[in-house]
Write a protein that binds this ligand. Structure first.
Ligand SMILES: O=C(O)c1ccccc1NCC(=O)[C@H](O)[C@H](O)COP(=O)(O)O
Length: 411
């Protein structure tokens, strides 16, 4: 099994994919076996005899010798497969395991398009691949597939080792969670995380004369407790330069890096660029990744805002240690449908109880336009709100904040 690990990078789910896969019940019996007698390349595949038989014609020229096992499966030595192809097979299998782990947690979003099996592959995955091909199921999946490529390129330019060196030169983080709590107890209203957002896939360009630093300063003047800065370029016309510029312009509000995080590397990068908090989306990240990324956030002094959209995601996140801040998104990131009653729905009954017991702060996100909307989500139990469109579209976003809350919350 260990031979699988170095082939793919960084996420906890990857690092534990093969192990955790043991807990995901494959529909076919399938096992990657640690080779009892290490050789190079050192692994073998155990496949059910039925599958083996089906593939006999294809397999035999490549896979010899073949050993029958007591349980009826056949062990095929792969020592004759060229090393490069064997590595590709392993990589591909780990990616499939990752998809299966995610799917077992109700995650529909795949990290990258599912490609067909590599040359020489024989095994159960080819029998159970769904939606094979490269059409994303929705906009969120499209964003993630693009992000996967983008992050790979960024990592080549700025490897983790370099980011770690840069960390020693960055100023300490500001207390994002503390700022939210302080604002809530000062105003008695949900603390505001005001979003610096130029455009979005659902609404297109929200503001043509977009000056991120001016908007950030206006938000701070208007009484925002924290700011959220979109850093995704392709779909939101945001950037890490915006985040950095706001940080360097003397804005004191703690900053949330609003990104589509799929790898721990991005958390280090956000920290280097001036973030105090980062978004982790449960619709994209398996539980182990969230847990691992929260640990990294803590190590770097960042607050993790873990975002959920439905009951299943909320229940998953409530089972993860170390979660202090949960965002309930009223926008379905797949369909764009916005419904603020989602916040209420996810805070009702036992879930609300658990959240209060754990002392978790909840943020109501998206689709908030009026004092009535703010009152509604506050009654539902949120202590903070994340607002973009309704503020960024105002000529003076500071006045927009008073309009949104029905009063001046700046002092
Ligand atoms: O805003 C979108 O269209 C969108 C599409 C796909 C993924 C994420 C998206 N938005 C991120 C957000 O959740 C919002 O920017 C944030 O909650 C503020 O929402 P709003 O106040 O409605 O601008």
């Amino acid at each position: 099994m260990d031979s699988v690990m170095p082939l793919r990078t960084t996420t906890a789910a990857t690092a534990t994919a093969a192990t955790a896969a043991a807990t995901v019940r494959p529909r076919f019996s399938f096992q990657l076996l640690a080779n009892p007698r290490p050789r190079k390349p050192a692994f073998s595949l155990s496949v059910p005899t039925t599958i083996f038989t089906t593939h006999r014609a294809r397999i035999l020229p490549q896979f010899t010798p073949v050993r029958a096992q007591e349980d009826g499966s056949a062990v095929v030595s792969e020592s004759t497969i060229p090393e490069g192809d064997a590595l590709k097979i392993k990589e591909w299998e780990v990616a499939r395991f990752q998809d299966e782990i995610a799917a077992s947690q109700g995650i529909k979003i795949r990290r990258r398009p599912t490609t067909g099996p590599p040359l020489h592959y024989v095994g159960p995955f080819e029998f159970r691949m769904q939606n094979e091909g490269n059409t994303p199921i929705n906009i969120l999946e499209e964003i993630i597939w693009y992000k996967d490529k983008e992050v790979s390129q960024m990592k080549e330019k700025k490897p983790l080792l370099l980011l770690k060196k840069l960390l020693s030169g960055v100023p300490p983080t500001r207390d994002f969670l503390g700022a939210l709590k302080e604002s809530y107890s000062r105003t008695g209203l949900p603390a505001l995380i005001a979003e610096v957002k130029k455009a979005s896939p659902s609404r297109g360009v929200l503001r043509e004369d977009f000056n991120p630093v001016e908007i950030a300063k206006a938000y701070e003047r208007g009484g925002a407790a924290c700011l959220s800065v979109l850093t995704d370029q392709k779909y939101f016309q945001g950037s890490f330069e915006n985040l950095e510029a706001i940080r360097n312009a003397g804005v004191e509000c703690p900053l949330l890096c609003k990104e589509f995080v799929i790898e721990a590397w991005q958390i280090y990068y956000a920290r280097v660029k001036g973030a105090d908090a980062i978004l982790l989306i449960a619709a994209v990240l398996p539980n182990l990744d969230i847990q691992y990324m929260i640990k990294i956030c803590k190590l770097l002094g960042l607050t993790a805002l873990v975002e959920v959209h439905d009951e299943m995601e909320m229940d998953r996140v409530l089972g993860i240690d170390g979660v202090e801040l949960i965002g309930i998104n009223n926008r379905d990131l797949g369909t764009f449908k916005v419904d603020i009653s989602n916040t209420k729905k996810l805070l009702e009954g036992e879930r609300g109880e658990r959240i209060r017991e754990k002392g978790i702060i909840v943020v109501g996100e998206s689709g908030l336009f009026t004092p009535a909307d703010i009152g509604y989500v506050q009654d539902a139990g949120v202590k903070a709100v994340l607002v973009g469109e309704s503020l960024v579209k105002q000529e003076d976003p500071a006045k927009g904040i008073s309009g949104l809350f029905g009063k001046d919350i700046s002092c």
